[in-house]
Design a protein around this ligand. Structure first.
Ligand SMILES: [Zn+2]
Length: 476
């Protein structure tokens, strides 16, 4: 007996030792880069961003009717604010979107596209009191600039223009052609804007090395117990689809309810969907992300990352690595004493890489298992994006630029749940990266589309510095 206990103890100890060794030897492999002194960005850049925010280039619901005065006003402002971009680059206006071409000296190199969008989401009137400064003021207060677009996404549009203007001034000439593409309807799908720009480029026979868009950021406070920010370069995005579930029944009087109540049945279907979540999935991209971020966590979490074969599920949960199910609308009933004959609900799904919207539909039908309920999509069925190559030299250049400017940042590829305009470029670009160095705290993430959208003025200068160095780095 003693022998058995001793040998079990031995196995447990060996196991613990194995986990410990894996944890201790779990090291980050960050590329070495020599720090670079960033270009100086003057306060004039802030004034220009301030002006940009003041144009109410709002995208309301789909299909949008852009306010021509605001959008063309914004175009004229850009032309005046960045005279070298306006005169030295080839400019094309596509509806209310803008495409600039900066021809490279080496036509054998594939061009790249730096993307952004000029439209912003509306502001809910009822929340105006919760803003530190009016949402279309661009007011600067205590080192922060306030307003729609300060995070999403005039900030990157303006930073791209600032950096290109500075580079043109210094006589810089890119080796490869650089396009600047600014859509006007990203917030409502980007069909007319980025969609039309991508189609135009395709019609010109353009094949791209990569596109760089919004959709990645610098998360502060993500790694608990560490003050290293995480630069998340998102190389893939989940798919997007909303399905409406509707039920029709004979209804009836509420004094004689039957068990197959209209609302009750639909509610049961929704509950079934919530109870039968899609499984969590590991994909190579997430493994790479764990390897990049894991070593910087405090010991216990580091142990989990280092031994993801054992603790993988927990980590995948944290990374939200599955198709998510979110009921968002529920409608039914007209009077308190009538059982309605119909009810409907909408459930939004963000589809995990490797799965399809068709699989989501089949999952709904088999899970709810109720013939009375019909299911149909009420949005575009956007499939998950391909995973862009995070070993490619174009990715490495983003990584290197970040490390040169901010050696303390942990740079990792990642997966984003939200959609960006990059989807429109899939036919002409194998790789799409989503990143610019906007610093966001865990609490500050609500600024995207939320109340009190704002950005630190120092961070804006960093974003300009990033694009400036990134473009220069293309020439190596
Ligand atoms: Zn955006």
């Amino acid at each position: 007996m003693k022998k058995v206990i001793l040998s079990i103890l031995g196995v447990v100890l060996l196991f613990a030792l194995f986990i410990l060794v894996k944890t201790i030897t779990f090291k980050a492999d960050n590329p070495d880069s020599t720090p670079v002194t960033p270009i100086e960005v003057t306060d004039d850049a802030l004034l220009r961003l301030q002006k940009a925010i003041q144009f109410k280039t709002i995208s309301y619901g789909y299909p949008g009717q852009p306010d021509s005065v605001e959008f063309t006003g914004f175009h004229q402002f850009l032309a005046a604010a960045f005279p070298l971009c306006d005169s030295l680059l080839e400019k094309k206006t596509i509806q209310y979107s803008l495409l600039y071409k900066w021809p490279g000296s080496n036509p054998s190199l594939k061009p790249i596209v730096l993307m952004s969008h000029m439209d912003v989401v509306p502001v809910d009137e009822g929340t105006l009191d919760n803003w530190e400064a009016p949402p279309f003021s661009g007011e600067i207060k205590n080192g922060m600039i306030y307003g729609r677009g300060s995070m999403d996404d005039k900030v990157s549009l303006m930073a791209i223009m600032e950096s290109v203007e500075m580079l043109l001034q210094s006589g810089f000439q890119p080796d490869r052609t650089i396009y600047l593409a600014f859509g006007h309807d990203e917030e409502i799908g980007g069909e007319q804007g980025a969609g039309s720009i991508a189609k135009y480029l395709e019609s010109q026979g353009v094949q791209l090395e990569f596109v760089l868009d919004e959709g990645g950021l610098v998360m502060e406070g993500l790694i608990t117990g560490s003050d290293r920010p995480v630069a998340m370069i998102n190389v893939a995005e989940k798919g997007y689809v909303s399905f409406e579930l509707s039920i029709t029944t004979p209804g009836g009087h509420s004094s004689m309810p039957t068990p197959d109540n209209t609302i009750g049945s639909l509610a049961r279907a929704i509950t079934k969907l919530e109870d039968h979540q899609f499984p969590y999935k590991s994909i190579p991209l997430l493994k790479a992300q764990m390897a990049k971020m894991g070593p910087y966590y405090p010991f216990t979490q580091k142990m989990a990352f280092a031994n993801s074969w054992l603790f993988g599920k927990k980590i995948l949960e944290v990374l939200n690595a599955h198709t998510t199910t979110a009921p968002t609308i529920f409608k039914g009933g007209v009077k308190d004493n009538i059982i309605p004959t119909s009810a409907s609900a909408v459930v939004n799904f963000r589809v995990m890489t490797g799965e399809t919207t068709e699989e989501v539909l089949q999952h709904i039908i088999s899970t709810i298992d109720d013939d009375r309920i019909t299911v149909k999509s009420v949005t575009n069925r956007n499939e998950p994006s391909p995973v862009s190559d995070f070993e490619a030299s174009s990715y490495k250049t983003i990584e290197k630029t970040v490390q040169q400017l901010w050696p303390d940042m942990v740079v990792t590829p990642g997966l984003i749940s939200g959609g960006t305009d990059t989807k429109h470029y899939q036919p002409i670009s194998e790789n799409a990266y989503r990143f610019f160095p906007i610093r966001v705290s865990m609490a500050g993430i609500t600024g995207f589309h939320g109340i009190n959208e704002h950005l630190a003025t120092d961070n804006y200068k960093e974003i300009v510095q990033f694009y400036h160095l990134f473009i220069r780095n293309q020439n190596e």
